[in-house]
Design a protein around this ligand. Structure first.
Ligand SMILES: *Cc1c(COP(=O)(O)O)cnc(C)c1O
Length: 364
Protein backbone atom coordinates (compact mmCIF):
# COMPACT_ATOMS: atom_id res chain seq x y z
CA UNK A 1 0.00 0.00 0.00
CA UNK A 2 1.33 3.41 -1.03
CA UNK A 3 1.54 5.58 2.08
CA UNK A 4 1.58 8.71 -0.08
CA UNK A 5 -2.06 8.27 -1.12
CA UNK A 6 -4.64 10.22 0.85
CA UNK A 7 -6.52 8.42 3.61
CA UNK A 8 -9.89 8.33 1.79
CA UNK A 9 -8.27 6.61 -1.18
CA UNK A 10 -6.41 4.11 0.99
CA UNK A 11 -9.69 3.23 2.71
CA UNK A 12 -11.77 2.90 -0.45
CA UNK A 13 -9.04 0.68 -1.93
CA UNK A 14 -8.69 -1.50 1.19
CA UNK A 15 -7.49 -4.91 0.09
CA UNK A 16 -8.04 -4.50 -3.65
CA UNK A 17 -5.81 -6.02 -6.31
CA UNK A 18 -3.88 -8.24 -3.93
CA UNK A 19 -4.41 -11.53 -5.76
CA UNK A 20 -2.01 -11.74 -8.66
CA UNK A 21 -2.98 -15.32 -9.46
CA UNK A 22 -6.55 -14.44 -10.53
CA UNK A 23 -6.77 -10.65 -10.66
CA UNK A 24 -9.66 -10.78 -8.16
CA UNK A 25 -10.52 -7.20 -7.27
CA UNK A 26 -11.24 -7.77 -3.58
CA UNK A 27 -9.07 -9.80 -1.24
CA UNK A 28 -9.97 -13.50 -1.45
CA UNK A 29 -10.97 -15.22 1.77
CA UNK A 30 -8.24 -17.77 2.49
CA UNK A 31 -9.50 -20.33 4.98
CA UNK A 32 -6.59 -22.72 4.61
CA UNK A 33 -4.66 -23.11 7.84
CA UNK A 34 -1.61 -24.60 6.13
CA UNK A 35 0.36 -24.03 2.94
CA UNK A 36 2.24 -26.36 0.64
CA UNK A 37 6.02 -26.00 0.58
CA UNK A 38 7.32 -25.86 -3.01
CA UNK A 39 10.27 -28.04 -2.06
CA UNK A 40 12.35 -29.09 0.93
CA UNK A 41 13.74 -26.06 2.75
CA UNK A 42 11.58 -23.58 0.81
CA UNK A 43 8.45 -21.60 1.70
CA UNK A 44 6.51 -19.12 -0.42
CA UNK A 45 6.09 -16.99 2.70
CA UNK A 46 3.01 -18.66 4.12
CA UNK A 47 3.41 -21.75 6.31
CA UNK A 48 0.67 -21.79 8.92
CA UNK A 49 -2.21 -19.35 9.48
CA UNK A 50 -1.38 -18.42 13.07
CA UNK A 51 1.88 -17.02 11.74
CA UNK A 52 0.63 -15.48 8.51
CA UNK A 53 -2.53 -15.64 6.41
CA UNK A 54 -3.04 -13.89 3.04
CA UNK A 55 -6.42 -12.36 3.95
CA UNK A 56 -5.06 -11.12 7.28
CA UNK A 57 -1.86 -9.84 5.60
CA UNK A 58 -3.97 -7.79 3.20
CA UNK A 59 -5.92 -6.32 6.12
CA UNK A 60 -2.70 -5.57 8.02
CA UNK A 61 -1.30 -3.64 5.05
CA UNK A 62 -4.38 -1.39 5.09
CA UNK A 63 -4.29 -1.04 8.88
CA UNK A 64 -0.66 0.10 8.70
CA UNK A 65 -1.38 2.57 5.90
CA UNK A 66 -4.32 4.28 7.61
CA UNK A 67 -2.24 5.07 10.73
CA UNK A 68 0.84 6.09 8.68
CA UNK A 69 2.64 3.07 10.13
CA UNK A 70 5.21 0.71 8.62
CA UNK A 71 3.71 -2.32 10.37
CA UNK A 72 0.36 -3.54 11.71
CA UNK A 73 -1.00 -6.62 13.41
CA UNK A 74 -4.64 -7.74 13.51
CA UNK A 75 -5.74 -9.48 16.70
CA UNK A 76 -8.83 -11.32 17.92
CA UNK A 77 -10.17 -8.36 19.95
CA UNK A 78 -9.26 -4.93 21.24
CA UNK A 79 -8.39 -6.44 24.61
CA UNK A 80 -6.02 -8.96 23.04
CA UNK A 81 -4.32 -6.04 21.25
CA UNK A 82 -3.88 -4.28 24.60
CA UNK A 83 -2.54 -7.41 26.33
CA UNK A 84 -0.18 -7.97 23.39
CA UNK A 85 1.08 -4.36 23.58
CA UNK A 86 2.09 -4.88 27.22
CA UNK A 87 3.61 -8.31 26.55
CA UNK A 88 6.77 -6.67 25.21
CA UNK A 89 7.50 -4.81 28.46
CA UNK A 90 9.39 -6.59 31.24
CA UNK A 91 7.83 -7.50 34.58
CA UNK A 92 8.10 -4.54 36.95
CA UNK A 93 7.59 -1.91 34.24
CA UNK A 94 5.99 1.33 35.42
CA UNK A 95 3.06 2.77 33.51
CA UNK A 96 1.22 6.08 33.63
CA UNK A 97 -2.30 5.74 32.25
CA UNK A 98 -5.11 8.22 31.86
CA UNK A 99 -7.60 7.83 34.71
CA UNK A 100 -10.74 7.82 32.54
CA UNK A 101 -10.18 4.54 30.69
CA UNK A 102 -12.24 1.92 28.90
CA UNK A 103 -13.53 -0.29 31.75
CA UNK A 104 -12.01 -3.48 30.35
CA UNK A 105 -8.57 -1.87 30.12
CA UNK A 106 -8.88 -0.72 33.71
CA UNK A 107 -9.96 -4.24 34.80
CA UNK A 108 -6.91 -5.84 33.18
CA UNK A 109 -4.50 -3.14 34.41
CA UNK A 110 -5.84 -3.69 37.92
CA UNK A 111 -5.39 -7.46 37.60
CA UNK A 112 -1.77 -7.31 36.39
CA UNK A 113 -0.98 -4.76 39.08
CA UNK A 114 -2.36 -7.15 41.72
CA UNK A 115 -0.18 -9.89 40.26
CA UNK A 116 2.84 -7.61 40.59
CA UNK A 117 3.60 -7.60 36.86
CA UNK A 118 3.31 -3.86 36.27
CA UNK A 119 2.88 -0.75 38.37
CA UNK A 120 0.25 1.80 37.32
CA UNK A 121 -0.14 5.49 38.13
CA UNK A 122 -3.35 7.15 36.93
CA UNK A 123 -3.59 10.75 35.72
CA UNK A 124 -6.82 12.77 35.50
CA UNK A 125 -5.26 15.63 33.59
CA UNK A 126 -2.26 16.47 31.42
CA UNK A 127 -0.71 18.30 34.41
CA UNK A 128 -1.03 15.22 36.63
CA UNK A 129 0.43 13.07 33.87
CA UNK A 130 3.48 15.31 33.41
CA UNK A 131 3.99 15.54 37.18
CA UNK A 132 4.10 11.73 37.40
CA UNK A 133 6.46 11.41 34.42
CA UNK A 134 9.79 10.58 36.01
CA UNK A 135 12.85 8.72 34.70
CA UNK A 136 11.56 5.39 36.02
CA UNK A 137 8.41 5.44 33.87
CA UNK A 138 8.51 2.92 31.02
CA UNK A 139 5.14 3.44 29.33
CA UNK A 140 2.61 6.26 28.95
CA UNK A 141 -0.80 4.88 28.00
CA UNK A 142 -3.33 7.30 26.52
CA UNK A 143 -6.93 7.18 25.46
CA UNK A 144 -7.84 10.46 23.81
CA UNK A 145 -10.61 11.44 23.93
CA UNK A 146 -11.12 9.52 27.15
CA UNK A 147 -14.00 7.14 27.67
CA UNK A 148 -16.63 8.24 28.65
CA UNK A 149 -15.69 11.75 29.85
CA UNK A 150 -14.37 12.79 26.42
CA UNK A 151 -11.26 14.63 27.73
CA UNK A 152 -8.59 15.27 25.11
CA UNK A 153 -4.86 14.80 25.73
CA UNK A 154 -2.18 16.36 23.51
CA UNK A 155 -0.35 13.37 22.01
CA UNK A 156 2.51 15.37 20.42
CA UNK A 157 3.28 17.29 23.63
CA UNK A 158 3.08 14.20 25.85
CA UNK A 159 5.15 12.07 23.42
CA UNK A 160 7.94 14.64 23.44
CA UNK A 161 8.01 14.78 27.26
CA UNK A 162 7.75 10.98 27.57
CA UNK A 163 10.57 10.33 25.12
CA UNK A 164 12.79 12.77 27.01
CA UNK A 165 12.34 10.47 30.03
CA UNK A 166 12.88 7.31 28.00
CA UNK A 167 9.25 6.13 28.08
CA UNK A 168 7.27 4.64 25.19
CA UNK A 169 3.87 6.08 24.31
CA UNK A 170 0.88 3.86 23.50
CA UNK A 171 -2.38 5.42 22.27
CA UNK A 172 -5.76 3.69 22.13
CA UNK A 173 -7.21 5.45 19.05
CA UNK A 174 -10.56 3.62 19.04
CA UNK A 175 -12.73 6.74 19.45
CA UNK A 176 -11.24 9.21 16.96
CA UNK A 177 -9.81 6.70 14.47
CA UNK A 178 -7.20 7.87 11.92
CA UNK A 179 -9.89 10.10 10.39
CA UNK A 180 -9.47 12.57 13.27
CA UNK A 181 -6.18 11.59 14.87
CA UNK A 182 -3.01 9.81 13.76
CA UNK A 183 -0.95 9.41 16.93
CA UNK A 184 2.13 7.96 15.20
CA UNK A 185 2.44 11.17 13.17
CA UNK A 186 2.47 12.97 16.53
CA UNK A 187 5.29 10.89 17.96
CA UNK A 188 3.48 7.98 19.64
CA UNK A 189 5.34 4.65 19.46
CA UNK A 190 2.36 2.34 19.20
CA UNK A 191 -1.30 2.84 18.29
CA UNK A 192 -3.98 0.32 19.03
CA UNK A 193 -7.68 -0.04 18.34
CA UNK A 194 -10.67 -1.98 19.30
CA UNK A 195 -11.45 -2.52 15.61
CA UNK A 196 -14.78 -3.91 16.84
CA UNK A 197 -15.89 -0.28 16.96
CA UNK A 198 -15.44 2.31 14.18
CA UNK A 199 -12.92 0.43 12.01
CA UNK A 200 -15.33 -2.49 11.59
CA UNK A 201 -18.33 -0.19 11.87
CA UNK A 202 -21.19 -2.68 11.67
CA UNK A 203 -21.30 -4.36 15.09
CA UNK A 204 -20.57 -7.73 13.49
CA UNK A 205 -16.85 -8.34 13.99
CA UNK A 206 -14.75 -8.48 17.17
CA UNK A 207 -11.19 -7.41 16.35
CA UNK A 208 -8.13 -5.54 17.51
CA UNK A 209 -5.33 -3.74 15.69
CA UNK A 210 -1.82 -2.55 16.56
CA UNK A 211 0.23 -0.21 14.39
CA UNK A 212 3.83 0.99 14.73
CA UNK A 213 6.80 2.13 12.67
CA UNK A 214 9.28 0.89 15.28
CA UNK A 215 10.78 -2.23 13.68
CA UNK A 216 12.10 -3.76 16.88
CA UNK A 217 8.80 -3.18 18.66
CA UNK A 218 6.92 -4.74 15.74
CA UNK A 219 9.19 -7.78 15.67
CA UNK A 220 8.69 -8.36 19.39
CA UNK A 221 4.91 -7.94 19.06
CA UNK A 222 4.83 -10.28 16.07
CA UNK A 223 6.89 -12.90 17.92
CA UNK A 224 4.56 -12.78 20.93
CA UNK A 225 1.39 -12.81 18.80
CA UNK A 226 2.58 -15.81 16.82
CA UNK A 227 3.53 -17.53 20.07
CA UNK A 228 0.35 -16.81 22.02
CA UNK A 229 -2.05 -17.04 19.07
CA UNK A 230 -4.74 -14.36 19.54
CA UNK A 231 -4.70 -13.59 15.80
CA UNK A 232 -7.70 -12.41 13.78
CA UNK A 233 -9.44 -15.18 11.82
CA UNK A 234 -9.52 -15.01 8.00
CA UNK A 235 -13.28 -14.41 7.94
CA UNK A 236 -13.12 -11.61 10.50
CA UNK A 237 -10.17 -10.13 8.59
CA UNK A 238 -12.35 -10.10 5.48
CA UNK A 239 -15.24 -8.42 7.31
CA UNK A 240 -12.93 -5.81 8.76
CA UNK A 241 -11.43 -5.02 5.35
CA UNK A 242 -14.94 -4.58 4.01
CA UNK A 243 -15.97 -2.32 6.88
CA UNK A 244 -12.85 -0.16 6.53
CA UNK A 245 -13.77 0.88 2.99
CA UNK A 246 -16.54 3.17 4.29
CA UNK A 247 -14.82 4.42 7.47
CA UNK A 248 -14.39 7.95 6.16
CA UNK A 249 -18.02 8.30 5.01
CA UNK A 250 -19.33 6.77 8.22
CA UNK A 251 -17.23 9.08 10.39
CA UNK A 252 -18.30 12.13 8.41
CA UNK A 253 -21.97 11.29 8.83
CA UNK A 254 -21.64 10.26 12.49
CA UNK A 255 -19.94 13.56 13.26
CA UNK A 256 -22.61 15.58 11.46
CA UNK A 257 -25.33 13.71 13.35
CA UNK A 258 -23.48 13.96 16.66
CA UNK A 259 -23.07 17.72 16.29
CA UNK A 260 -26.83 18.06 15.78
CA UNK A 261 -27.63 15.74 18.72
CA UNK A 262 -25.15 17.53 21.01
CA UNK A 263 -26.72 20.90 20.15
CA UNK A 264 -30.17 19.51 20.95
CA UNK A 265 -28.98 18.05 24.28
CA UNK A 266 -27.35 21.35 25.30
CA UNK A 267 -30.74 23.06 25.00
CA UNK A 268 -32.72 20.30 26.71
CA UNK A 269 -34.05 21.28 30.14
CA UNK A 270 -33.58 17.67 31.35
CA UNK A 271 -29.83 17.71 30.64
CA UNK A 272 -27.25 19.02 33.12
CA UNK A 273 -24.08 18.76 31.03
CA UNK A 274 -23.01 17.64 27.54
CA UNK A 275 -19.52 16.21 27.01
CA UNK A 276 -18.72 16.41 23.31
CA UNK A 277 -15.36 17.51 21.88
CA UNK A 278 -16.93 18.71 18.60
CA UNK A 279 -15.91 15.82 16.36
CA UNK A 280 -16.49 12.08 16.19
CA UNK A 281 -19.66 10.18 16.97
CA UNK A 282 -19.35 9.79 20.74
CA UNK A 283 -21.31 12.02 23.14
CA UNK A 284 -21.68 11.70 26.89
CA UNK A 285 -24.25 13.67 28.85
CA UNK A 286 -25.42 14.01 32.42
CA UNK A 287 -29.11 14.27 33.28
CA UNK A 288 -30.44 16.61 36.00
CA UNK A 289 -32.56 13.88 37.53
CA UNK A 290 -30.90 10.44 37.72
CA UNK A 291 -34.30 8.83 38.38
CA UNK A 292 -35.33 9.37 34.73
CA UNK A 293 -32.62 7.02 33.40
CA UNK A 294 -34.61 3.74 33.50
CA UNK A 295 -37.57 5.43 31.76
CA UNK A 296 -35.24 6.98 29.18
CA UNK A 297 -33.56 3.67 28.40
CA UNK A 298 -36.91 1.87 28.15
CA UNK A 299 -38.55 4.52 25.95
CA UNK A 300 -35.95 5.08 23.23
CA UNK A 301 -36.85 3.36 19.97
CA UNK A 302 -34.35 4.57 17.36
CA UNK A 303 -31.44 4.32 19.83
CA UNK A 304 -30.70 0.80 21.04
CA UNK A 305 -29.83 0.31 24.71
CA UNK A 306 -26.66 -1.75 24.36
CA UNK A 307 -22.93 -1.78 25.08
CA UNK A 308 -20.32 -0.98 22.45
CA UNK A 309 -20.03 1.86 19.95
CA UNK A 310 -18.84 2.87 16.52
CA UNK A 311 -21.45 1.10 14.39
CA UNK A 312 -23.83 2.49 11.78
CA UNK A 313 -26.74 2.24 14.23
CA UNK A 314 -26.98 4.54 17.25
CA UNK A 315 -26.56 3.03 20.71
CA UNK A 316 -27.07 4.33 24.22
CA UNK A 317 -24.97 2.97 27.07
CA UNK A 318 -25.18 3.43 30.82
CA UNK A 319 -21.47 3.14 31.74
CA UNK A 320 -22.08 2.78 35.49
CA UNK A 321 -23.73 -0.62 35.03
CA UNK A 322 -22.31 -1.63 31.64
CA UNK A 323 -18.92 -0.73 30.15
CA UNK A 324 -17.42 0.68 33.37
CA UNK A 325 -19.10 -1.54 35.97
CA UNK A 326 -15.73 -3.06 36.94
CA UNK A 327 -14.40 0.26 38.17
CA UNK A 328 -15.33 0.57 41.87
CA UNK A 329 -18.13 3.15 42.39
CA UNK A 330 -16.00 5.38 44.68
CA UNK A 331 -13.20 5.45 42.10
CA UNK A 332 -15.62 6.24 39.26
CA UNK A 333 -17.31 9.05 41.16
CA UNK A 334 -13.98 10.53 42.29
CA UNK A 335 -13.13 11.44 38.70
CA UNK A 336 -16.57 12.42 37.45
CA UNK A 337 -17.97 9.16 36.07
CA UNK A 338 -21.14 9.66 38.07
CA UNK A 339 -24.40 7.69 37.99
CA UNK A 340 -26.20 10.47 36.08
CA UNK A 341 -24.00 9.95 32.98
CA UNK A 342 -25.15 8.32 29.75
CA UNK A 343 -23.07 7.68 26.64
CA UNK A 344 -24.29 7.85 23.07
CA UNK A 345 -22.68 6.29 20.03
CA UNK A 346 -24.19 8.20 17.13
CA UNK A 347 -24.71 6.24 13.93
CA UNK A 348 -25.50 7.26 10.39
CA UNK A 349 -29.31 7.48 10.62
CA UNK A 350 -31.31 10.64 9.93
CA UNK A 351 -30.34 13.11 12.66
CA UNK A 352 -33.91 14.37 13.09
CA UNK A 353 -35.10 10.84 13.91
CA UNK A 354 -32.39 10.61 16.58
CA UNK A 355 -33.33 13.97 18.08
CA UNK A 356 -37.07 13.23 18.07
CA UNK A 357 -36.39 9.90 19.80
CA UNK A 358 -34.32 11.58 22.55
CA UNK A 359 -36.76 14.47 22.91
CA UNK A 360 -39.70 12.14 23.52
CA UNK A 361 -37.78 9.95 25.97
CA UNK A 362 -36.41 12.93 27.93
CA UNK A 363 -39.76 14.71 28.17
CA UNK A 364 -41.61 12.68 30.78
C1 LIG B 1 -14.21 -1.69 23.27
C2 LIG B 1 -12.94 -1.02 23.62
C3 LIG B 1 -11.80 -1.77 23.92
C4 LIG B 1 -11.80 -3.29 23.99
O1 LIG B 1 -12.01 -3.83 22.72
P1 LIG B 1 -12.72 -5.25 22.44
O2 LIG B 1 -12.71 -5.32 20.96
O3 LIG B 1 -14.10 -5.16 23.03
O4 LIG B 1 -11.90 -6.30 23.10
C5 LIG B 1 -10.63 -1.08 24.20
N1 LIG B 1 -10.58 0.27 24.17
C6 LIG B 1 -11.67 1.02 23.89
C7 LIG B 1 -11.56 2.50 23.87
C8 LIG B 1 -12.88 0.40 23.61
O5 LIG B 1 -13.97 1.14 23.35
Amino acid sequence: MDKKLQLDTILAHAGIKTDEATGALTTPLHFSTTYQHPEFGKSIGYDYTRTKNPTRSSLEKTLAAIESADYALATSSGMSAIVLAFSVFPVGSRVIAVRDLYGGSFRWFHQVEQEGRFHFTYANTEEELLAALTEDIDVVYLETPTNPLMLEFDVAFIAEKAHAKGAKVIVDNTFYTPIYQRPLENGADLVLHSATKYLGGHNDVLAGALMTSDKELYENLFYNLNTTGAVLSPFDSYLLLRGLKTLSLRMERSTKNAQAVAAFLKDSPAVKEVLYPGKGGMISFKVKNEAVIPHLLNTLKVFTFAESLGGVESLITYPATQTHADIPAEVRKSYGLTDDLLRLSIGIEDSQDLITDLKFALEV
